[in-house]
Design a protein around this ligand. Structure first.
Ligand code: NAP
Length: 317
C-alpha cells in the first residue's frame, strides 16, 4: 500500500478551456513516484493517507495514478431532486434511493404525496429530507441548499425536475402566464444550479441532470411559454457542461415525450388518445422509465456531458 506524501491542485488555462487536476508524490516501499489523483477525491485527500498506485494509458502517454483507500462517507451520496413530491420527480427520487443515494426531496410545499414519498425512501434504508422551496425564488433556493448541505454534508447529484405548464395560444396568453412558466421551468434551473455548483466544485465533482421536454423540439401548439423555457434549459445545459467540466461536473438534459403523470392526465381524453396513437410503442411512458435514464446519467464514469437525451418511444425522431 502506498502513502500520499504531498499533493497540489494545478490549474492550467489553455484557451478556450481551463483544466484543473491534482498532482502528488506517493511513496511505496521507499520508492517515491509522481502521481495524478482524480479530482473527485479532492475533498477527502489527507497527507499520509494510504492508497494504491496504478498506471493508466492516456493521450499524454502512461501516467501513474494514486487512488486513496476507500474513504468512508457519513451516509451515502446525496441527491437533491426538485419537484419530487409526485410524478417524474418522485420516481427519480425513489430510483436514486434504491441505488443508495440519500435524498433531499424538494417541492413547493409540504403535502401528503411528499410525506409518502419520504416514507418510501426511508423504507429503503436511505435518509430523506423534505426541502421545501419555490425553485423560482433564488433566496428560497439558497436557504434550501444551505439546509441540505448542513444536514447531509454534500450534494453529489442535482436533478432539476420541477416544472409547470399554463397552456394557451400566444394571442390568449397573458404576460404573467408567460413569465410564471419561464420563472419556474427555466429560472428555477438556473437558481438551483447556481446554488449547488460551489458545493460540487468544493467536493471535487458532481452530476446535474435537467428535465427538459420534447416540447423544446417539436413546437407544441399552445405551449409557447413552456417550449421556450424547455429549449432554454437545453441551451443552459450545454453552457454548464462546458463551464464546469474542469471541475468534474457533468451536466446533461433529458427530454421526455408523453409520460403518464398529472401533467398528461390533464389532456382532454380525445386529444390524449390521438397523441398516443402516434407513438410507435402505442402507450405513454412511465415515470419510472424516465427515472432509470436519469439514474444512469447520475452514475460515475460516464463519458457524457452537454447532451440532450430523448426518451419518447419514437414519438419524435
Ligand atoms: P407533475 O406531476 O405536475 O409534478 C411536478 C412537481 O413539481 C409537482 O410536485 C409540483 O408541486 C412541483 N412544483 C411545481 N412548481 C414548483 C416550484 N415552483 N418549486 C418547486 N416545486 C414545484 O409533473 P411531471 O409530469 O412529473 O413533470 C416533471 C418534469 O418533467 C417537469 O419539468 C415537466 O415539464 C417535465 N416533463 C413532463 C412530461 C410528461 O409527459 N409528464 C413530458 C416532458 C417533460 P405541486 O404539485 O405542489 O404544484
Amino acid at each position: 500500500m502506498a502513502k500520499l506524501l504531498a499533493y497540489s491542485l494545478v490549474s492550467i488555462v489553455p484557451p478556450p478551456f481551463k483544466t484543473e487536476y491534482i498532482v502528488g508524490i506517493a511513496e511505496d516501499d521507499g520508492v517515491r513516484t509522481p502521481v495524478r489523483i482524480d479530482r473527485s477525491h479532492l475533498k477527502n485527500l489527507k497527507i499520509g493517507m494510504s492508497g494504491t498506485i496504478t498506471t493508466r494509458e492516456t493521450d499524454q502517454g502512461e501516467i501513474k495514478y494514486f487512488t486513496p483507500e476507500e474513504v468512508k462517507l457519513e451516509g451515502g451520496k446525496v441527491a437533491l431532486v426538485t419537484g419530487a413530491a409526485r410524478g417524474i420527480g418522485r420516481a427519480i427520487a425513489i430510483e436514486l434511493a434504491e441505488r443508495g443515494y440519500d435524498i433531499a426531496l424538494n417541492d413547493i410545499e409540504t403535502s401528503t404525496d411528499g410525506e409518502e414519498t419520504i416514507k418510501e425512501i426511508q423504507s429503503l434504508g436511505r435518509r430523506a429530507l423534505f426541502a421545501v422551496a419555490d425553485v423560482s425564488s433564488y433566496s428560497d433556493v439558497q436557504k434550501m441548499v444551505n439546509m441540505v448541505v448542513e444536514k447531509f454534508g454534500r450534494i453529489d447529484v442535482l436533478v432539476n425536475n420541477a416544472g409547470i405548464n399554463i397552456d394557451r395560444l400566444v394571442t390568449n396568453m397573458s404576460p404573467l402566464e408567460w413569465q410564471k412558466v419561464i420563472d419556474v421551468n427555466l429560472t428555477g434551473v438556473f437558481n438551483c444550479t447556481k446554488a449547488v455548483l460551489p458545493h460540487m466544485i468544493a467536493a471535487g465533482g458532481g452530476r446535474i441532470i435537467n428535465i427538459s421536454s420534447q416540447g423544446a423540439l417539436d413546437g407544441p401548439v399552445g405551449q409557447a411559454n413552456y417550449a421556450a423555457a424547455k429549449g432554454g434549459v437545453v441551451s443552459f445545459t450545454k453552457v454548464i457542461a462546458r463551464e464546469y467540466a474542469q471541475y468534474n461536473i457533468l451536466c446533461n438534459a433529458v427530454a421526455p415525450g408523453c409520460i403518464r403523470t398529472r401533467m398528461t392526465d390533464s389532456i382532454p381524453p380525445g386529444q390524449l388518445r390521438e397523441r398516443v396513437s402516434k407513438i410507435p410503442l402505442g402507450r405513454r411512458g412511465e415515470p419510472g422509465e424516465v427515472a432509470k435514464l436519469v439514474a444512469f446519467l447520475a452514475e460515475d464514469g460516464t463519458y457524457i456531458t452537454g447532451q440532450l437525451i430523448l426518451i419518447n418511444a419514437g414519438e419524435y425522431i
